[in-house]
Design a protein. Structure first.
Lengths: 520, 178
């Protein structure tokens, strides 16, 4: 069988023959892979996220709790006022009932006097000079010539005339009451007192129709006034409960030009950090090729701020906070042995080589010591790659300062833009090496005793950081003094070079603030 | 189930077993064929494949959704293979039992498929250094300078190993044809 290629095309033949070749692996391969696939445990970022959500929920619950307490107080106050008003109404009602009883007694006396008067009238019908007719309770003389004078009347007639004049006044008072059936309780009491004072001592002469209607009018007036009083009190109580919701100035910073508020807040977000390492280590048989590395992680900040309004729209703020930044990253370091003048240009005349390398980051120092054996054949171009996976946890005491500009307000909602800077003073840092990977030419083997050995040193004061940030605050007023806000925020750490020229850092991130403020 | 590779990758990162299986099923045949070219035996190729896919799942969060995902998976597995080759530089003895694996393939209808399997079997008989350089030069497209950098050998060594590997493979194949 002849080969299906020309001698100079064997490469092409191989490539074409095998390039698209596919072969299914044995079935048990997946079982072996599946058993080794790392199970995603809750990452640090997820835990922070859960904590941030929990903190936000606590803030919101506190806010609604405060609002509930505030309105409960108002409701309790209104109920107390209502109870007092009811007691007052009952007291007035009892007084009115007493007055009615007294009125009934007086009327009984009036009936007795009237029966006596009818006897007197019967005796006086024989006199021709005076003729009286019923006209709304008044007595009108029929003729001028026959009109009697006080001196010309007999004693019973003088009494009758005087009582008739009093009765006329009383009747007018009753008519006034009749025309205003819904007069308030006080007026009703007043009228009854007038009746008592004017009528009781002189009672006997009243017309029948008026005498029968008077108690009915008084009772109707009392019942309606009582009902009207209840309705009025209920309306007042309802208004008392609703009043803060309808009339309160919800945005405290707009009404006054010099307000002071305290704001508690929590920030949760993600960070991205780029680090450029540069420079050469001074110790060890190695050369250094600069490498970039990236880190990503989470930021969590909780603090308290004081907000001072200086104009209608401008608010200055400053505060104190605790910040924690957790970042995971991978450091790639490429080391080259120094030229040692060995055979074949090889750098080493030893059969082992120890790599001692130091990484200085913004949050500490990492020492890496790795030992390789069988390095006698290492060439100039050979190098050793070290891959470090690290977790850095940094805690800061933070001082945020800045300014907020109130853009608009509608009802309970308001929108403001904020900008500021956060000064971070490092308080604690912790660097953990998660994994160290050693890659070298196959004829250089790492010493298994020293593999993955790395030390962490955290020494020396770390310079402070400055984070610039901008935010948009959407606030909701819970009460005239209290409001909650949520604010998407972006931040960026100022680029900085360490003094010995080892690293430049650039950190940026996005986060969300949850705040609860109270105007003093 | 997963319309795009991006969704598949995200589901894998989230730890969904169905997504991980889907990813494996999509690329297992191509990757296993690649491992066969680098491995001395079929068992070794399976180990390479397993290690490679475990590394893929481990590093999946580093995929930046730029370029071909298949290419990224291939690079990760190749990186794993190269790392293993560096750790085990000694020449593995030729395993006669491996020939039996391909005997039943003689009845395969497609001549090309059979030829490929024969070539892989022959490549597995090459010395590991020859096989590695041959694969990197012909199939991965590296030049000798890059091969030298990756494997930590000189450029001249890479060239000489490649020439000897090609000559050996050609000799084996022609012997097979006869």
């Amino acid at each position: 069988m002849e080969p299906n290629y020309t001698p100079d095309r064997f490469e092409e033949f191989l490539r074409k023959s095998l390039q698209d070749f596919e072969e299914n692996p044995p079935a048990e391969a997946w079982q072996n892979i599946h058993g080794r696939v790392p199970v995603p445990s809750p990452r640090i970022g997820d835990k922070r996220k859960v904590l941030a959500i929990a903190a936000s929920v606590c803030l919101l619950l506190s806010a609604f709790g405060a609002q509930f307490y505030y309105f409960n107080q108002k409701l309790a106050q209104a109920q107390m006022e209502l109870t007092a008003q009811k007691a007052e109404i009952e007291r007035i009602s009892a007084t009115l009932n007493q007055k009615n009883i007294e009125s009934a007694t007086i009327l009984a006396q009036f009936d007795a006097v009237q029966s006596e008067t009818s006897d007197v009238n019967a005796q006086s019908t024989a006199r021709p000079l005076v003729h009286h007719t019923k006209s709304e309770g008044t007595f009108t003389p029929k003729t001028k010539a026959a009109q009697p004078t006080a001196s010309s009347l007999s004693e019973p007639m003088r009494i009758l005339t005087a009582k008739s004049q009093n009765d006329t006044q009383n009747t007018q008072n009753q008519l006034i009451t009749k025309e205003k059936p819904f007069a308030n309780i006080a007026e009703t009491v007043q009228t009854d007192q007038q009746i008592k004072s004017q009528e009781a001592p002189q009672a006997p002469f009243r017309e029948e129709s008026i005498r029968d209607e008077k108690p009915q009018i008084s009772l109707q007036t009392n019942a309606l006034s009582l009902l009207e009083g209840y309705v009025t009190q209920l309306k007042l109580a309802s208004q008392a409960i609703q009043a803060p919701r309808l009339t309160a100035p919800y945005i405290p910073v707009q009404k006054s030009r010099s307000t002071l508020a305290i704001r508690a807040y929590t920030i949760a977000g993600r960070t991205e950090q780029e680090v450029l390492l540069r420079g050469n280590p001074q110790n060890g048989p190695k050369d250094f090729v600069k490498q970039d590395y990236n880190q990503s992680g989470t930021v969590l900040q909780t603090g308290i701020q004081v907000e001072k309004q200086i104009t209608r729209r401008v608010v200055l703020f400053g505060g104190l906070a605790a910040t924690q930044v957790t970042q995971q990253g991978q450091h790639s370091i490429k080391l080259k042995p120094k030229h040692g003048g060995g055979g074949h240009g090889g750098p080493n005349q030893h059969d082992s080589l120890t790599f001692d390398y130091t990484i200085q980051t913004s949050t500490g120092v990492v020492d890496v010591e790795l030992r390789a054996v069988d390095t006698t054949s290492m060439m100039h171009n050979d190098d050793v790659d070290i891959m470090l996976k690290t977790i850095e946890k940094s805690r800061y005491t933070s001082v945020p300062v800045g300014v907020k500009l109130l853009l608009l307000q509608k009802g309970r909602l308001s929108l403001a833009l904020g900008a500021g800077v956060t000064l971070n003073l490092p308080t604690k840092r912790d660097i953990q090496i998660e994994n160290v990977d050693f890659m070298a030419p196959f004829y250089v083997k790492p010493d298994p005793r020293d593999r993955n050995r790395a030390k962490v040193r955290t020494q020396g004061p770390d310079p402070m950081d400055l984070w610039w940030n901008g935010s948009a605050h959407i606030a909701y007023a819970l009460s005239p003094r209290m409001k909650i806000d949520v604010a998407p925020t972006i931040f960026r750490k100022a680029n900085r070079s360490l003094e010995n020229g080892w690293a430049d850092h650039s950190l940026s991130g996005t986060s969300v603030q949850f705040g609860l403020s109270y105007r003093l | 189930v997963f319309a795009t590779e991006s969704e598949l990758v995200k589901a894998c990162i989230a730890g969904r077993a169905d997504a991980q299986k889907e990813l494996y099923d999509r690329y297992k045949a191509k990757m296993f064929a690649m491992c066969l070219r680098y491995a001395g035996t079929r068992v070794q190729a399976q180990d390479m494949l397993q290690d490679g896919f475990v590394q893929v799942y481990h590093d999946l969060h580093q995929f930046r959704h730029e370029g071909s995902f298949e290419g990224w998976v291939r690079r990760v597995i190749l990186h794993t293979i190269y790392r293993e080759l560096r750790k085990q530089p000694h020449v593995l003895p030729y395993n006669q039992e491996e020939d039996a694996v391909y005997e039943h393939l003689e009845s395969d209808d497609e001549f090309r498929q059979r030829t490929a399997r024969e070539l892989i079997a022959m490549m597995q008989n090459l010395a590991p250094g020859f096989r590695t350089v041959l694969n990197m030069y012909i199939f991965e497209g590296y030049n000798h300078k890059e091969i030298a950098q990756i494997l930590g050998i000189s450029e001249g060594t890479s060239k000489s190993q490649y020439m000897r590997a090609k000559a050996s493979l050609r000799e084996l194949y022609e012997k097979k044809l006869q």
